[in-house]
Design a protein around this ligand. Structure first.
Ligand SMILES: C[S@@+](CC[C@H](N)C(=O)[O-])C[C@H]1O[C@@H](n2cnc3c(N)ncnc32)[C@H](O)[C@@H]1O
Ligand code: SF4
Length: 397
């Protein structure tokens, strides 16, 4: 029998993620690597990120996507953001048409900040709106109310030419169907080119999980979430948005290029506290604690907390796990090129069953889930994992 291989992604490393951990307040549901904002640490972080890039020895020949995520990188002063981008440009050539995305909170967005970001070369913004309803925003520990988000959207409408995305959070306790309709409807009316809709999850170590464990109702039921999903997906589809990934909707031409690298299981370099990297054949993640990260950088020590070499079976499952959550699915030729044809026989029975059941679409050249099965991608991958005798793994950014 031919052995399963992993030849790595088709394209070399052209994507960089930099994690900026500062947040004005910690939201009660969030388990990302964050720290209470401390402007005194901003420049130290910028220096540490650039130093980490130098030490990695992995500066790509050129960058096609750069994602400044967090945390809240929109909190960085323009001078610090400029130092970070200028430092990157000194080390790596950034393509003239590269996507440079900045994650922001509505409280950071003003006409002045938009001008500064555009002048620094930021091409795309991703803003956490979550909802326009004030009570859950307060309850979830957000640092803005619905009107602040509306003012940020007004500023975007008047002073931002590039693409932008808004995140919505669905599934907070007490949310009604009319709330979902109003939140999605307002973003559609305002012409958001891209909308991400995230179902609220209970993450380890968060105050929200503690409240749930103490018996309080903090999230909506699975059955109500299905109703919500139908509402937002049909509203967005009628408004011309393509659900190109389970949680992501884009008007034509407004897809996130950076996130698509993750969903193709491509290589990316992650810098900063808690950042993950994938560079064939390795995957690693950094220490999550910001002060420990900065201390290690200052001492010239490695910031990597966990490094692993993935077996071809694990990479195959990852590739299926992320790719099957996308509307485009995965080209069969890409799977053959990366894993050799040996990936097909162990999964043949499962594919036949899933295709007969209408879950998988039997396209000639790609593997993809049917329209209605997209939201069931995780259970499909678990079924495929059982056929491979493995637990499914999903790469995280
Ligand atoms: C880094 S944040 C975006 C920028 C900024 N920090 C903000 O929140 O406005 C990325 C997104 O992840 C979402 N997120 C974090 N924890 C989540 C959870 N437990 N369930 C669902 N979405 C979550 C946030 O709501 C946010 O929209
Ligand atoms: S959701 Fe955003 S603002 Fe809230 S704690 Fe997480 S990263 Fe910070």
């Amino acid at each position: 029998m031919t052995r399963l291989l992993d030849r790595g992604p088709a394209t070399p490393l052209h994507s960089l993620y930099a994690h900026v951990p500062f947040c004005t307040d910690r939201c009660t549901y969030c388990a990302f690597a964050t720290i209470a904002d401390d402007p005194g640490l901003h420049r130290a972080l910028v220096d540490a990120l650039l130093g980490e890039l130098d030490r990695s020895g992995l500066a790509p020949s050129s960058l096609e996507t750069v994602y400044l995520g967090g945390g809240t990188p929109g909190l960085l002063r323009p001078a610090d953001l400029e130092a970070l981008l200028a430092g990157l440009r000194r080390r790596v050539s950034i393509d003239p048409d590269a996507e440079l995305c900045l994650e922001v909170n509505p409280a950071n967005v003003t006409t002045e900040s938009l001008t500064a970001w555009r002048d620094l070369g930021i091409t795309r913004l991703s803003m956490g709106v979550q909802t326009f309803v004030d009570a859950p925003l307060r309850e979830l520990g957000r640092h803005h109310d619905g009107d602040r988000a509306r003012r940020a959207l007004d500023a975007l409408a008047g002073g931002w030419d590039g693409p932008w995305s808004a995140d919505l959070l669905v599934g907070w306790a007490g949310q009604r169907i009319s709330d979902v309709e109003a939140d999605v409807g307002e973003l559609v009316r305002r012409g958001a080119p891209h909308i991400s809709v995230y179902g609220l999850t209970l993450e380890p170590g968060t105050p929200l999980l503690k409240r749930h464990q103490s018996g309080l109702i903090v999230i909506t039921s699975t059955s109500l979430n299905h109703v919500f999903d139908e509402i937002w997906s049909s509203t967005l589809s009628s408004a011309g948005y393509e659900r190109y990934e389970v949680s992501n909707f884009a008007l034509p031409g407004a897809r996130s290029r950076h996130n698509q690298v993750y969903w193709r299981n491509g290589d990316y370099l992650g810098l900063g506290p808690g950042a993950a990297s994938s560079h064939h054949p390795l995957r690693w993640s950094n220490v999550r604690d910001t002060r420990a990260y900065l201390d290690r950088r200052r001492a010239g020590r490695s910031v990597r907390a966990h490094v692993e070499r993935l077996a071809p079976e694990e990479r195959l499952l990852e590739t299926l796990a992320v790719g099957l959550r996308t509307r485009d699915g995965i080209p069969l030729a890409d799977l053959d090129r990366r894993f050799g044809v040996a990936w097909r026989p162990p999964l043949a029975d499962a594919f036949a069953e899933l295709t007969a059941g209408g879950v998988l679409v039997a396209d000639r050249d790609r593997l993809r889930l049917g329209e209605l099965a997209l939201t069931r991608a995780d259970s499909v991958v678990s079924a495929l994992a059982r056929h491979l005798g493995r637990a499914p793994g999903v790469p995280s950014a």
